[in-house]
Design a protein around this ligand. Sequence first.
Ligand code: EPU
Length: 417
Amino acid sequence: MSAIYITGGKPLSGSVRVQGAKNSVLPILAATLLSGGPCVIRNCPDLLDVDTSVRILRRLGCRADREEPGAVSVNAAGMDRFEIPETLMREMRSSVVFLGAILSRAGEAVLSYPGGCDLGPRPIDLHIAALRQMGAEIREEGGFLYCKAQRLTGCDIHLGTPSVGATENVMLAAARARGTTRIYNAAREPEIEDLQNFLNAIGGRVAGAGSSTVTVEGARHLGGAEHAVIADRIVAATLLAAVTLTGGDVRLTGARPGDLDTVISVLAKAGCGITSGGTEIRAKRDRAPRSMGRICTMPHPGFPTDAQALVMAAACRAEGVTMFSERIFESRYGHVGELLRMGADIQVEGRVAVVRGVAKLYGTRVCATDLRGGAALAVAGLAAEGETVLSGLTHIDRGYERFEDTLKTLGADVKRM
Ligand code: EPU
């Protein structure tokens, strides 16, 4: 079993380019199913979840290849299947956004429930209810979804929660549906805007992404296009949290500072000097981090749940008390037990975690239990005394492109064996 070995204690310094966003590229790859022509997706990170999407596309009869580094080409003209095997469905959460696209394209879809990080129950009731409202017949049996729709019809959909995946699924189903679909209480994450931009590039008529109402006018035919996915704000947040903890001076290029406002203001409170301009962010920290007060995760533009574990790693060494309140997922503190093994002082009660900064963290054997939690353990390891051995790397490889190389570029003592 491979592991990342981190010898902590070195401040980070240097410059790295932020990879393309995992949570953008996955729905965009699903959206290529709607296209009648060749698509090239650029700034495409090299991740296990991207490989899984490529395997799903091929399984459905599409051509999908990584012809050059950083780009995936898809031609969905030959799509001749509408089923995704359970093994592929279970590899990631995003497999579920293929549902809207397959149903729209083929009029039929058979899928099992999706996998993904274990963050407590992750129902898909909003996805199913919305697609039913658009005219789909969906039967749930033995963990499988059997779906049919002659042609989906646009309608007004009110989401009970601004679910990212449900918003994406409806956008995909609506792009070729008859008439207009309006999604109220839509998710406002930057990845929704990126999906809108891709759909419009292939000839779709989508507006409003980034606000809480997204309008999709169905189009009969969608063509091919080239599209570059946006920078990954959570990877950027990971590196900013790491500098806040270890100290140093890091420049991130190819980033989108505007997507990170809440994370930047929290880390600034900890004492990290963060400046940005255009597509660059510079983070500099030369004193011990301070408490960040109270942090509540919220849908965008609030503080992202995906950054909770990463900022918690920095809080472990911050002077004073930092309190986290996880409002998105029921159980997103899988990393806490491992941080305790490293000497952190954290108390969890329900959805609240109280972190009292300690003078030292210690390297030990830890295991990633989910993607962001795993990255948080690596961040903690960068500032720990001695060696941290981090296993469970399949979680990290789902979302971080050659994570150890990125950290090495910034001067960290890290190797994968
Ligand atoms: N929810 C429902 N019913 C639904 C859908 C969602 O009750 O039908 C609830 C969920 O249980 C959760 C909340 O709504 O409590 C938000 O879930 P959402 O659907 O927004 O999340 P998601 O689409 O499953 C995406 C990201 C996650 C990120 C969340 C929140 C992808 C592939 N995943 O998940 O990213 O945490 O939005 O921003 O886009 C990660 O990258 O590590 C990750 C977990």
